[in-house]
Write a protein that binds this ligand. Structure first.
Ligand code: EPU
Length: 311
């Protein structure tokens, strides 16, 4: 990236930009090379301006949530990584829409942890399934994150997006989502950014929600590895089965390549055991896919997103 582009980015971001920024510290896997720039955006008015700038300068860009469902390539990303903070991480007051029914507007950059703590304190039910998922609301929506039989699609009423033309609101229905994807977002890829989400919640007792959250976190800690960096479930579950079970049956738990290892606790997790590279993880993924295909004739599809140098 040349100096004049750098100067423009400095100006647009009010100085909140880091050039040649290593991405590993921004991912839960703690893996990945540098981005040309990482830029923290805090004000809605800056975002449409920025998208126009990216378009005019033919700059690649990506939004990073908490980098928790992501494997960044060792070569990093030739472009700009955006993080949403400030105005994008806020939670609005709940509005009552019926008996025991409320809606709440949440910024896409708000972490699921912050939202869950808020819901538990305020007695807002419905989100607790996501307690312990280490992402942002925007990221969770985009991948229709789910756990314990529930998913984001069950709660979303509408979504606010910013494109180069400005802000628009999209009404959303459960049919717009699939297992681990929001299929209707395809039309906005590369031109729109999710900035807020309205969620339909219920009223509940804070103490009951806190109890449920504590129990789900306990179960998560028993079933899933948490002492080593990882990116959550690596593969989508094949219909009617569990990727973790298939990998386990193949005897692949503990299998390793370089610093990456299939968790001995849960077959669908790869942990960064010792300074793993993205190449280590990708080689291990291919080995696991090959093993499961050979034994069960099942193609395991990636749930994690892989960010390559060019997108
Ligand atoms: N199993 C094994 N061996 C293993 C792992 C699992 O036999 O190594 C068996 C379990 O005993 C169980 C079945 O496989 O009978 C399913 O396992 P588990 O209950 O752990 O659920 P999962 O299907 O592997 C899904 C989500 C998780 C979510 C949990 C709890 C996917 C791909 N994974 O896991 O989501 O936390 O249910 O609801 O949908 C994530 O997406 O990153 C994630 C962690």
């Amino acid at each position: 990236m040349d100096n004049s582009l750098r100067a423009k980015l400095e100006e647009i971001s009010h100085g909140e930009v880091v050039f040649d920024c290593p991405l590993a510290p921004y991912t839960s896997f703690a893996i990945g090379g540098p981005a040309d720039a990482l830029l923290v955006i805090k004000r809605k008015e800056d975002l449409a301006h920025l998208l126009n700038f990216f378009h005019n300068e033919s700059l690649r860009w990506r939004v990073f949530g908490k980098g928790s469902n992501l494997l960044v390539n060792d070569a990093g990303f030739r472009g700009v990584v955006l993080q949403l903070a400030g105005e994008f991480a806020q939670i609005a007051e709940a509005s009552v829409v019926g008996e025991n029914r409320l809606t709440v507007g949440v910024g896409a950059g708000c972490s699921l942890t912050k939202l869950n703590h808020h819901c538990c304190r305020q007695g807002l039910g419905g989100m607790v399934f996501s307690y312990g998922i280490p992402g942002t609301v925007g990221g969770a929506l985009l991948m229709n994150a789910g756990a314990w039989g529930k998913q984001m699609a069950d709660l979303v009423v509408d979504v606010g997006l910013i494109t180069a033309k400005g802000y628009e609101k999209l009404a959303v229905k459960p049919g717009d989502f699939r297992y681990r994807s929001w299929s209707s977002f395809a039309a906005y890829i590369g031109r729109g950014i999710i900035v807020d989400v309205t969620l339909a919640l219920t009223s509940a007792h804070p103490s009951q929600l806190q109890g449920e959250a504590k129990e789900l976190l306990r179960k998560r800690k028993v079933l899933q590895p948490h002492n080593y960096p990882n990116a959550g479930s690596v593969f989508k579950n094949p219909q009617g089965d569990s990727a973790g079970r298939l990998i386990d049956e193949c005897g692949l738990k503990g299998e390793s390549v370089g610093g990456a290892m299939v968790s001995t606790k849960h077959g669908n997790f790869i942990i960064n055991n010792n300074k793993a590279t993205a190449t280590d993880v990708l080689t291990l993924i291919a080995r696991v896919q090959h093993g499961v295909k050979k034994r069960f004739c099942v193609d395991l599809e990636l749930e994690i997103h892989v960010l390559g140098a060019s997108g």
